[in-house]
Design a protein around this ligand. Structure first.
Ligand code: SF4
Ligand code: FES
Length: 248
């Protein structure tokens, strides 16, 4: 396939960015989107030009590093896949593909297609943990009975990889889907009840402090989420928040 790539280039956080056009040839349908960018970068390096900077690590849909806005959609046109799992067979010969970083005030651009998502780390640090007795008498987690439905729901919430696509998809740049997944994975388990009140209050407060927008129930986050995190988690977080506020 021959493609035309329009890629966001931005030297650093202080510089103004712009879309630059790059033609590319010899793209195979079995290549991943990131492999296609590798080919582009090899060509740029061979010509003595600066390669396009983009985030990646596992390339298996696990780490949440890859984060491209492709033709206006976080992680591109496929569903339930990350950018690293997106195959070029989703595109046609002659296509023009616009590639941008995830856009949100709380995700400032570092360079080209890489954004700073440390705001997510700070939300996690505000409450994304549980207390465990590590004195040597630690009780095996499997000795505490957990209802199957709750265990499954908790596991589903825990599959959030913190990629930020939900924020990039949202017209308000809201981080409610991410934060609610991180609250839900503990809210559903007995081990998570110990810090439940502070957890939801602190994580929501940090989310607001980082400058993410409010949720207006549009649902774009759920559609673009590569892990299928459900809006039900937002409803659960709202219930947790209400109950914690009444206690507080
Ligand atoms: S909720 Fe989905 S889109 Fe948002 S950070 Fe988690 S995995 Fe990514
Ligand atoms: S590079 Fe790890 S999820 Fe894409």
């Amino acid at each position: 396939m021959k493609l035309t790539l329009k890629i966001w280039r931005q030297k650093d956080n202080k510089s103004k960015g712009e879309l630059k056009t790059y033609p590319i040839d010899g793209v195979e349908g079995d290549m991943s989107f990131l492999e296609m960018l590798d080919v582009l970068n090899e060509g740029l390096i061979n010509k003595g030009e600066e390669p396009v900077v983009f985030d990646h690590d596992c390339r298996e849909g696990i780490c949440g590093s890859c984060s491209l806005q492709i033709n206006g959609e976080p992680h591109g046109p496929d569903r339930l896949v990350t950018t690293c799992q997106l195959h070029m067979r989703m595109f046609n010969d002659g296509d023009t593909i616009v590639i941008e970083p995830f856009r949100a005030k709380a995700f400032p651009v570092i360079k080209d297609l890489v954004v700073d998502r440390s705001a997510f780390d700070r939300i996690q640090q505000a409450g994304g943990y549980i207390s465990v007795n590590t004195s040597g008498n630690t009780i095996d987690a499997n000795t505490i009975p957990v209802n199957k439905h709750d265990a499954d729901e908790s596991f589903n919430a825990a599959t959030c990889i913190g990629c930020g696509a939900c924020v990039a998809a949202c017209k308000n740049a809201s981080a409610m889907l991410f934060t609610s997944a991180k609250v839900s994975q503990f809210a559903l388990l007995p081990q998570g009840r110990i810090e439940a009140t502070e957890r939801v209050l602190n994580m929501v407060a940090q989310m607001d402090k980082e400058g993410f927008g409010n949720c207006s129930n549009t649902g774009a986050c759920e559609i673009e989420c590569p892990k299928g995190i459900s809006l039900e988690n937002i409803a659960r977080m709202n219930r947790e928040y209400l109950s914690a506020s009444l206690k507080g």
